[in-house]
Design a binder for this molecule. Structure first.
Ligand SMILES: CC(C)(COP(=O)(O)OP(=O)(O)OC[C@H]1O[C@@H](n2cnc3c(N)ncnc32)[C@H](O)[C@@H]1OP(=O)(O)O)[C@@H](O)C(=O)NCCC(=O)NCCS
Length: 161
């Protein structure tokens, strides 16, 4: 019965909420699955307890399937990471998470949001472009590429109204 209820929930809409240190283990797992250099649970927990760090997560049936995290200092925020589980990608989840996150950042006083993204990361570049970010500079040879030319980091900015 419990399994049936869990599977029904698992088919529902993801729930978006503020992340807490209790989410550190699941966030570290998702981060490790999403990036070449994953964050450990300890690193994620250390970030989540920082006063300046704001994070949101998406869960479905209690399972974490996405998160976004920023550091906010005075009126400038930097997006530190965003990831969505592979099986849940391309359904607008990152867009919804980012939208909520930007609204909350604005509510906490952010006026400008910055981030860095690999120029070849098409999903992320598209996500940020659609969310109103624009390129302000470029750091050549920033991301190592296995057997190829290192990719540039694009520095993006969005002003919050
Ligand atoms: C980047 C990432 C978070 C996007 O998550 P997602 O939930 O699949 O994104 P969404 O479904 O909200 O899509 C956002 C936009 O990107 C586009 N997109 C998503 N995946 C894409 C892909 N593989 N190729 C091209 N465009 C893609 C979507 O079509 C959408 O654009 P649209 O509004 O014009 O249709 C996800 O791919 C991910 O976790 N990647 C690994 C971690 C990462 O690289 N994070 C970013 C670091 S800066």
């Amino acid at each position: 019965m419990i399994r049936l209820l869990a599977s029904l929930f698992a088919r529902g809409e993801p729930a978006l909420s503020e992340a807490s240190p209790r989410d550190a283990a699941a966030m570290a797992l998702l981060h490790a699955a999403s990036f070449q250099r994953g964050w450990s649970e300890h690193e994620v927990e250390s970030l989540l307890v920082e006063r300046h760090v704001i994070a949101h997560c998406a869960t479905i049936g209690g399972k974490l399937i996405g998160f976004v995290m920023s550091r906010l200092v005075e009126d400038e925020a930097e997006i530190l990471s965003i990831a969505v589980a592979g099986s849940r990608q391309r359904r607008g989840l990152a867009r919804n998470l980012l939208h909520l996150h930007l609204r909350r950042l604005a509510g906490f006083g952010a006026r400008t949001v910055f981030l860095e993204v690999d120029e070849h990361n098409r999903p992320a570049v598209r996500l940020y472009d659609r969310a109103g970010f624009h390129e302000i500079s470029r750091r050549p040879n920033y991301y190592p590429a296995a057997g190829g030319k290192p990719a540039a980091a694009l520095v993006l900015r969005r002003d919050l109204a």
